[in-house]
Design a binder for this molecule. Sequence first.
Ligand code: 3PY
Ligand code: MG
Length: 262
Amino acid sequence: MKNEALARWRNGARSPGAWINLPDVHTAENQARMGFDWLCFDLQHGLLTEADLLHLLPAVTGTQATPIVRVLSNDAGQIGRALDLGAQGVIVPMVNSPEEAEAASRACRYPPDGLRSCGPMRGAMLEGFGYLADANEQIACIAMIETQAGLDQVEAIAATEGVDGLFIGPMDLCYGLGLAPGSFGEPAFVDAVARIRKACEVAGCAAGMFGYDASMAAAALDDGFQFASIGSDISFFREGAMLALSKAGGEDQPTKVDGPRY
Ligand code: 3PY
Ligand code: MG
């Protein structure tokens, strides 16, 4: 199956996506029909588990939204499982070196390019042998840069064979830089973001960012990032409720959700 989001990233198109943190099939079904290029089902921090993917990923199949899974960790078994359940790409947290990036990339690819074990349940159901023919080219392997170690080697990570993109985890990157979480205006953070984007440009891979609000995501996209998440099921729900309350409930209602926007 053609990976439409990956094609857009490769073409340098602007690609907004969103996060799925809730294990609710109807929310995912709706969100997949809102116009996002891609949805990321978050097994690292979201309120869903691998078992939920059995129902959530089919709810997205056939829509405009390419399903991506953020796996719990850089583990070949977990990566293979997400792909076998129907993810068209993985976002791998905390990639700290080119060796770790290579391990993630090889976990995404069948031999001879990698070491993915063969058993593509949903891919085979939907596409038969065609899935195996296309998978290595169509599966997106995205490495997260969110530590000082990852930043130190970002150019080599971006240049790693089979890494299709880098994705910034802004909060962990703040911790990695010794900054308070949310210090997105600090020069050290701004410089790190610029360095990561540049590394992607030089290596010819896509640059992505987790947006803690739509304006942070929009700024990244304006700044040459190809893909950014602009919110999540939870944040859209909370903000929509706040907006409605502020309109109907009077001026003393809060209009902004406090805390990080997940
Ligand atoms: C981060 O901000 O570190 C993330 O991984 C976003 O989910
Ligand atoms: Mg993180």
